[in-house]
Design a protein around this ligand. Structure first.
Ligand code: MG
Length: 331
C-alpha cells in the first residue's frame, strides 16, 4: 500500500495509517505512551500535569481570508493544549522552506505567529530552519510543538449520559473559507476562516463549571470529533440539527461545493460535554468571550452508541464519522 492524500485527511482512512504509525513496542517508559491518542499527551510532573502536543501545517494557499499559515501553525498547537485543559506556555517552531520563497512573506508569517502567541499569552522559545531545493516542497511547511500546564486535565473520552453538548460557535467556517477561496467563489460577503487561539475563551469556561470532555473539531470537522468523543466514551450523542450554529454564507457555499459543513475543519472552535446543571454557567462563560459569542447547546448524551442527528423536519439520521476531510491541505 502507498500513502495517499486521504491518509492525511483526519478521518477513518487516516486512522488506518495510524495503526502503522503508532506501532511502537518499546514506547512506554515511565508508563506513558501513545495509548490515548488524544489532542495532546499528559505527563504528570509532581502535582502538575504537563500537556505536550505537536502539529505540522501545510495549508494551501498560505494566505487565506481570515488568516495564514503562521496564525494556523500557532493556533493549531495552542488549541490542542487548550482542549486538554492546558494553559499554553511554550512553543517550538520548525520551518521547512523551499528555495526561492519570498522573505517578505516569511516576515508576514512570523508577524502573524507573533499576534496569535500574544493573544494566547504563550511564547515561542526554540526553533529550527531547513531549506529544500526548488520543487522539493510546495513553498513552506511549519511544525510547531507546544507545552502547557493543566490544573485539571480534560480528555476527549469523558462524556457521560446526562451531559449536554456545547459548541463554542459557528461550524465549518475554516474549511469552507479555504475551499470557496480556492474555487474563486464570490458570495458577496467573504467567508472567513475562524482560525484563532481559544485558550482565553476556555479558561473562564473551566472555572465556570465541570467540563467532562473537550475537543477542537479540526480535520474531519464536527462529525469526526463528536464520533470520536462518543466512541471513546462509550455513549450515544443526540444532536438537534436546528440548534447547530452555521453561517448562512457557509451553508450556501457548502451546498454549491457539495460539501457537508459538519465534515470540514474548524480552527477556532471547541466541542464539549458538560453536566446539565453546569451548562448555563459554562455557556455564559464562553459567550462572554468574542470567539464564543455564538456558542450554543446543540445536543445531549444518552446511554448507547453512535451519533444521531434529530433533523429539522422531525426525522433522525446518523452523523457518520467521515472517511476524511473533504478539503485537502486544509491546515
Ligand atoms: Mg485536536
Amino acid at each position: 500500500m502507498k500513502v495517499n492524500m486521504m491518509h492525511g485527511a483526519g478521518g477513518e482512512v487516516m486512522g488506518e495509517l495510524l495503526t502503522t504509525l503508532t506501532k511502537f513496542k518499546n514506547n512506554n517508559a515511565g508508563g506513558i505512551g501513545l495509548e490515548a491518542l488524544d489532542d495532546g499527551a499528559v505527563i504528570p510532573l509532581g502535582g502538575e500535569n504537563l500537556v505536550f502536543t505537536t502539529d505540522s501545517h501545510v495549508v494551501r494557499p498560505l494566505f487565506f481570508p481570515g488568516g495564514d499559515i503562521g496564525r494556523i501553525s500557532v493556533c493549531g498547537t495552542i488549541n490542542d493544549l487548550a482542549v486538554m485543559g492546558g494553559r499554553p506556555v511554550a512553543l517550538s517552531c520548525g520551518m521547512i522552506i523551499e528555495e526561492g520563497f519570498d522573505v517578505d512573506d516569511l516576515a508576514r508569517i512570523v508577524a502573524s505567529m507573533d499576534d496569535a502567541l500574544g493573544e494566547a499569552g504563550a511564547s515561542l522559545v526554540t526553533g529550527d530552519t531547513k531549506v529544500l531545493e526548488r520543487g522539493a516542497l510546495d513553498g513552506i511547511a511549519i511544525n510547531t510543538a507546544g507545552i502547557g500546564i493543566a490544573k485539571t486535565v480534560v480528555r476527549d473520552n469523558g462524556l457521560v449520559p446526562g451531559d449536554v453538548i456545547i459548541v463554542s460557535g459557528t461550524l465549518g467556517d475554516h474549511g469552507i473559507a479555504i475551499m470557496a477561496h480556492r474555487e474563486g467563489f464570490d458570495l458577496g460577503e467573504q467567508i472567513r476562516s475562524d482560525v484563532a487561539p481559544v485558550w482565553k475563551m476556555i479558561e473562564p469556561a473551566l472555572e465556570a463549571g465541570t467540563i467532562h470532555a473537550m475537543k477542537d473539531p479540526t480535520r474531519g470537522g464536527f462529525a469526526a470529533s463528536i464520533n470520536e468523543m462518543a466512541k471513546k466514551s462509550g455513549v450515544c450523542v443526540r444532536i438537534a440539527e436546528e440548534e447547530i450554529p452555521i453561517r448562512k454564507n457557509v451553508k450556501s457555499a457548502a451546498g454549491m461545493l457539495g460539501i457537508d459543513p459538519l465534515e470540514v475543519a474548524n480552527e477556532g472552535k471547541v466541542v464539549m460535554g458538560v453536566p446539565a446543571q453546569d451548562a448555563l454557567a459554562v455557556l455564559a462563560a464562553l459567550k462572554a468571550h468574542p470567539y464564543g459569542r455564538n456558542a450554543a447547546v446543540i445536543g445531549r448524551v444518552t446511554a448507547g452508541s453512535h451519533v444521531i442527528m434529530e433533523t429539522a423536519v422531525g426525522g433522525e439520521r446518523f452523523i457518520e464519522p467521515p472517511m476524511g476531510d473533504p478539503v485537502p491541505r486544509v491546515c
